[in-house]
Design a protein around this ligand. Structure first.
Ligand code: CO
Length: 148
């Protein structure tokens, strides 16, 4: 069901400093900083060729990564994101198999504007897993998503 690794997300206490390290020390292609108030984070995407790194810094009150950074003050790996061809079919299969989807269980628009959902880390060996609708296929799932 899952396809390519879309990104690895790292929560950081200082986004500008982290982005500068990836750019200047690691020589990475570092994108522009973007505030996503609806997600409670500011992000920088780093293109590594075969995948991306998503640096996340808390934004505003009640950021979903605030508790993580309170426990991991130096930052740390927050989640991995895999692409799926049909996110609604993926959600149905996961729920039928006993996995828990965070929130109300329905996909939401993610950092790329595509539908995403998050799976409970206790169901996936302690790792927060994000699933993202694959962009390249203008298939039924995307059409259904736009009507939600
Ligand atoms: Co993500």
């Amino acid at each position: 069901m899952i396809g390519r690794l879309n990104h690895i997300a790292i929560a950081v206490p200082d986004l500008a400093a982290a982005a500068a390290k990836y750019r200047d020390l690691l020589g990475a292609q570092v994108g522009q900083q973007r505030a996503l108030p609806e997600h409670g984070v500011t992000v920088v995407f780093i293109n590594t060729g075969n995948t991306k790194v998503e640096l996340l810094e808390p934004l505003g009150e009640g950021s979903p990564i605030a508790a993580f950074l309170a426990k991991n003050s130096a930052g740390g790996m927050h989640h991995v994101c895999f692409e799926v061809p049909d996110i609604l079919a993926a959600a149905a299969k996961l729920v039928a198999g006993g996995a828990r989807i965070l929130g109300d269980g329905t996909p939401k628009a993610g950092a790329h504007g595509l539908p995403v959902l998050f799976l409970h880390p206790k169901d996936f060996d302690g790792v927060l897993v994000e699933l993202e609708q694959r962009l390249s296929q203008p298939n039924a799932a995307v059409v259904r998503w736009t009507r939600l």
